[in-house]
Design a protein around this ligand. Structure first.
Ligand code: THG
Length: 366
């Protein structure tokens, strides 16, 4: 593919100067913003992520901020997950669906206070939907995209690196909780979360000016930990079953099809958009669902859905695939009809380079 031409619409991030100096090898576009895809090589990055610690420019995980007396009411309208017990300092993975139960986004919700939430979005223009709902109901809430850019620390040495920059107390932070820590006299929100299964943190950097000072401080502090610039790694996230909105799910899918039924409390999430539709699908159960699929050998990059065929019939599609060095196979995610979703089922997959076979797995790889 030819290079993507830069323009104002394709937003840089507060960390882009650091990413370029670190020798970024490729980019994708996410929420109209640059997101690195690899540095040294996808495989070298993968090995390094699993052994050391990386700093990721995930500024493209934009925040939709809800501020005002109706913030909580609006949040509960937006998601079928029951938010009544959510406390300030907590993060929650929440499906967001339309009136038909179709997935609009799968963000992380961050509760700052009773009247202030961030929705840390995946790749869809959720701000427009949230503004529309807020205005249609006349809610007393301001909905905006503030200048807040997440910077992730990921990998097994994340605690050591974070402790050097934010202090030893950061080790006590629990999964999907955040705390306020100090960096060069600024209060910053740091959560134990991130788009990998290797552990780590996400720093919600408020104010672009703070971006490069923090980036540089993390690299200076982590020299002997072999810290490197990194980014979400396709192989690692597929192994771990982390879904990618726009790839593994779209508005065509319900949360139940995506395996996100466990994050829906549709009975008690009273007033949420899509409730009636989800009550129906929860009762009958989905007829297709996300599955881990193992493919022997290497395949071309999955740049479109690959049809899964059986006896001339389309029974699903592969939505993500990447070579896994640790499992010595291609790991893939597919949406598979119930007739073919049982573990051990062999699938025929139509790729642009010919038909290949895959086998439905019992679980993701980690
Ligand atoms: N962090 C933040 N914002 C994000 C992402 C993130 N926005 C975009 C994208 N990632 C949203 N999608 C996901 C998908 C999975 C997870 C987080 C965001 C995730 N899942 C864990 C899992 O499946 O193991 C934990 C889920 C749970 O148990 O609550 O972390 O990464 N800020």
């Amino acid at each position: 593919m030819a290079l993507i031409s830069p323009s104002r619409r394709l937003r840089r991030t507060p960390f882009s100067d650091g990413v370029e100096a670190a020798g970024v090898g490729g980019y994708t576009v996410y929420n109209h913003m640059l997101l690195p895809t690899f540095f040294e090589s996808p495989e070298a990055d993968y090995r390094h992520l699993k052994m050391h610690v990386q700093v990721w420019d995930v500024a493209c995980e934009r925040q939709v901020e809800l501020r005002g007396p109706d913030a909580a009411r609006l949040m509960q309208r937006l998601t079928p997950r029951d938010l009544r017990a959510m406390l300030p300092g907590q993060c929650l993975y929440i499906p967001i669906v339309d009136e038909t139960g179709g997935m609009l986004n799968d963000p992380v919700a961050v509760k700052i206070s009773d009247e202030r939430y961030w929705i840390s979005i995946a790749d869809s223009d959720l701000l427009l939907w949230v503004k529309g709902i807020a205005n249609a109901h006349g809610y007393q809430v301001l909905v905006d995209e503030p200048d807040i850019s997440p910077l992730a620390i990921q990998g097994p040495k994340s605690d050591d690196l974070a402790a050097r920059v934010f202090g030893e107390n950061i080790r006590l932070l629990r999964f999907f909780r955040f705390g306020i820590f100090s960096f060069e006299g600024h209060d910053v929100i740091v959560a134990r979360s991130g788009y990998s299964k290797q552990g780590g943190f996400e720093i919600y950097v408020e104010g672009s000016e703070l971006g490069m000072p923090l980036w540089n401080a993390l690299f200076a502090a982590g020299e002997d930990l072999n810290v490197r610039a990194g980014c979400p790694n396709a192989s690692e996230r597929i192994e771990g079953g982390l879904l990618s909105y726009g790839n593994d799910m779209t508005r065509e899918n319900t949360p139940h099809e995506c395996g996100l039924g466990k994050f829906c409390d549709t009975q008690t999430a009273i007033g949420c958009i899509g409730r009636d539709a989800l009550l129906r699908v929860a009762k009958d159960g989905p007829i297709q669902q996300v599955r881990p699929i193992r493919i022997e050998g290497r395949v071309a990059p999955c740049d479109r859905a690959w049809p899964i065929m059986a006896k001339g019939q389309n029974i699903g599609q592969i939505t993500s695939a990447a070579w896994s060095p640790d499992f010595d196979c291609t790991v893939a995610i597919g949406m598979v009809r119930m007739t073919h979703w049982d573990p051990g089922t062999t699938l025929q997959i139509d790729t642009p380079e010919g038909t290949i076979q895959g086998v439905v797995q019992e679980t993701f790889w980690i």
